[in-house]
Design a protein around this ligand. Structure first.
Ligand SMILES: [Zn+2]
Length: 414
């Protein structure tokens, strides 16, 4: 269905810079995120939603679409994040290509950059549709302003169409998803839903309920620095110890050599001198056991090297980041089925449930007691200048939210 207010709303949102900042020591990480959230909050108030408020501790704008049925329906929630990724987001100038022919290159503004179907074959799927991109110097911010605009448009539609029967629906607009810190502040009790969905995914038909399990570690290596002339048998070069550690890991289990369901160790930072070296890694695995054995391997290599070089030369700091939500969602398959049924009812026959080689806010929320798969929002080429979205995909996402609301109420009646 067409929702006339969706495009102007989306264009208004993407023009507001709401980039998060992983180096900030405040929460939410930037004031501009909060300023943007206030724009959404004002709109929710004007549309007449209930219980519209900003939960300061959680940095979340929360609102309710009240139930319009006289039976009990499990409270369902939808979430979208308000920050954008770590890429220039100042002065976003959205560019609209109507009735795209499915084969031409789309120039981004007057820059040397193009959306080229030879490079980005997904574009071919959108022949005849409306492509919204940025203009070469910035990202678009469709991740996740697609989700933001879809949720507000969905709420507006339900309030204007009381003939559509639904239970209580809670909406949440969260900060700092892109830097991975937003979800840990989330206030599950105040949000008040029994289950929820983030609306922050790719094109129509994508349904995410499997993610990596993730850990992170850092090595601090203390060397022994003596003059190279008399170093024999005395110098311990911290850089070399770091190289030894890296070489002891399975060399084919790195991001650039893995895909599908394979996990990896990823060396993200390596800096140092003879005296001291610092290494930072992330570990990813779809299986929880797999994550644990990778962590054990790291501990084992550190222990071996400490034995070899003597003392407590390598200090290891390791912590878990999030777990594969599939393990937990397997206990709540009815909420996956609800999404699947809504997708099909909205004409998507092929549902892509490939696990995400990453995490979502839902990976953390699911383990905080709010089961939370991720729905498609129409995002393409996220996180850079080639980002785009498709108006028809966004309309379809709103269709799905409405259908899920109806189905959830129908099921509770039986
Ligand atoms: Zn996102």
């Amino acid at each position: 269905m067409e929702y006339p207010s969706l495009l102007p709303r989306f264009l208004k949102y993407v023009k507001i810079n709401s980039r998060s900042d992983e180096h900030a020591d405040r929460f939410p990480s930037t004031q501009r995120e909060v300023d943007y959230q206030m724009v959404i909050m004002k709109e929710l108030e004007e549309l007449g939603l209930s219980d519209v408020h900003y939960n300061e501790k959680a940095g979340t704008v929360i609102a309710e679409i009240p139930s319009n049925v006289d039976w009990d329906v499990p409270v369902m929630g939808f979430l979208a994040h308000c920050d954008t990724a770590d890429f220039n987001s100042e002065n976003v100038k959205p560019q609209i290509t109507e009735n795209y022919d499915g084969e031409s290159k789309i120039q981004l503004g007057d820059t040397e950059f193009y959306l080229d179907p030879a490079v980005f074959p997904n574009l071919k799927k959108y022949k005849g549709q409306t492509i919204i991109s940025a203009s070469g110097d910035t990202l678009l911010g469709g991740d996740d302003k697609c989700g933001d605009a879809e949720l507000v448009t969905f709420a507006e539609y339900l309030l204007q169409h009381p003939e559509i029967k639904h239970g209580t629906i809670r909406l949440g607009f969260t900060p700092d998803e892109e830097i991975g810190t937003g979800a840990q502040h989330f206030d599950v009790a105040d949000f008040g839903a029994k289950f929820a969905y983030t609306v922050d995914g790719e094109g129509p038909g994508k349904l995410d309920w499997g993610t990596f399990s993730a850990a992170q570690f850092e090595l601090d290596i203390q060397g022994v620095n003596v003059h190279p002339a008399v170093a024999k048998g005395q110098m311990i070069n911290a850089i070399q110890v770091g190289i030894d550690f890296q070489n002891a890991l399975p060399q084919d289990q790195v991001p650039e050599k893995t895909d599908g369901r394979q996990g990896f160790f990823h060396l993200m930072d390596f800096s140092g001198t003879v005296d001291n070296a610092h290494l930072a890694y992330i570990i990813r695995d779809f299986e929880r056991d797999g994550l644990e054995s990778r962590k054990d391997l790291v501990k084992q290599i550190v222990a071996d090297l400490n034995k070899k070089y003597g003392g407590d030369r390598i200090k290891l700091k390791m912590w878990d980041q999030y777990y594969n939500m599939a393990d937990e969602l397997a206990k709540h398959m009815e909420i996956i089925d609800l999404a699947r049924d809504a997708y099909r009812a909205c004409g998507m026959t092929e549902i892509n449930e490939d696990p995400v080689r990453g995490g979502t806010d839902g990976s953390q929320l699911t383990y905080m007691g709010l089961p939370c798969p991720n729905l498609f929002a129409g995002e393409e080429n996220m996180h850079g200048r080639f980002e785009y979205t498709v108006l028809e995909s966004m309309w379809k996402a709103v269709d799905v939210l409405i259908k899920m609301s109806e189905l959830n109420a129908e099921r509770a009646k039986k």
